[in-house]
Ligand binder design. Structure first.
Ligand SMILES: *[C@@H]1O[C@H](CO)[C@@H](O)[C@H](O)[C@H]1NC(C)=O
Length: 257
């Protein structure tokens, strides 16, 4: 609770010279801004709410890393990303990290200093992969933006509104400079290298790794209940979301005996 107050004070002190009022869609008092995903977005504090993981600073065990090798227009990828991976991360982001690699079954060919790309679902998918790759490089709000895109009916035409919603300060021209330029081309090459380095090599998308490891068993568990898998694999004290008892309760129990 103290932490939440501190967070709110910090947020108020961070007000821009233009004014301190939250966006007009935010109808909640500051104490409730972080109470749900929607309220955090409406009040423009999602980033701060996600960073407010006071649990993380107490955690001594490494977070469980979930890698997703996927393509921007593959239906199964979109389903997994929007209905499993993102919601799980919202609940467990203090004990899990996510590594998104948009590339999947794409192919690259060297072309001078650059590469040309071919994607399973065509040019549009290559563009979607590139936008998401540049977002991952340019903003720490990339995952919410990618979630927003992938859950829209049209992945590509939602880019501007999704960016505006989650990263209003991200400059459109700068993003497109990456997408159309050498930086994006090189970043996509890194995705290609990461995908080609998979061992065993990927056979389908979405292809999931847990702490860098892919097995059929892990893949199946990730598809069925990523939430339980991450809770099970986490070596530190389970957070309340996992259904474990906070450590303090154990301590006082033993001390009282
Ligand atoms: C973004 O890409 C540049 C150029 O490849 C790289 O130097 C930088 O570390 C990347 N930043 C992030 C946050 O990935």
């Amino acid at each position: 609770m103290n932490f939440l107050l501190l967070l709110i004070v910090t947020l108020w002190l961070n007000c821009s010279p233009g004014g301190c009022s939250p966006p007009s869609s935010c109808l909640l008092p500051p104490g409730k801004w972080c109470s749900s995903f929607d309220s955090a977005v409406q009040c423009g504090v999602l980033k701060q709410c996600l960073e407010s993981d006071f649990l993380r600073s107490r955690q001594t065990a490494d977070p469980v890393n979930v890698g997703l090798f996927y393509e921007s227009l593959c239906p199964g990828c979109r389903l997994f990303l929007t209905e499993t991976l993102f919601p799980t991360w919202l609940l467990l982001n203090d004990i899990m990290s996510v590594n998104l690699v948009p590339y999947g079954n794409a192919q690259e060919k060297p072309d001078g200093q650059k590469y040309t790309y071919q994607c399973q679902h065509g040019e549009q998918e290559c563009l979607g992969n590139m936008i998401e790759t540049c977002l991952l490089n340019m903003t720490d709000m990339a995952f919410p933006i990618i979630f927003c895109m992938e859950s829209s009916t049209d992945v590509l035409s939602s880019v501007d509104s999704c960016v505006k919603l989650y990263a209003p300060d991200l400059d459109h021209d700068k993003l497109m400079g990456c997408v159309k330029g050498d930086i994006g081309n090189q970043l996509m090459h890194q995705n290609a290298l990461k995908t080609k380095a998979l061992n065993p090599p990927h056979q389908y998308v979405p292809w999931v790794t847990i702490n860098g490891v892919h097995t059929e068993d892990l893949q199946q568990k990730a598809m069925e209940s990523l939430f339980m898998l991450v809770c099970d694999m986490f070596k530190g004290t389970k957070p309340p979301a996992c259904g474990g008892k906070p450590q303090q309760h154990y301590r006082s129990y033993y001390h009282n005996e």
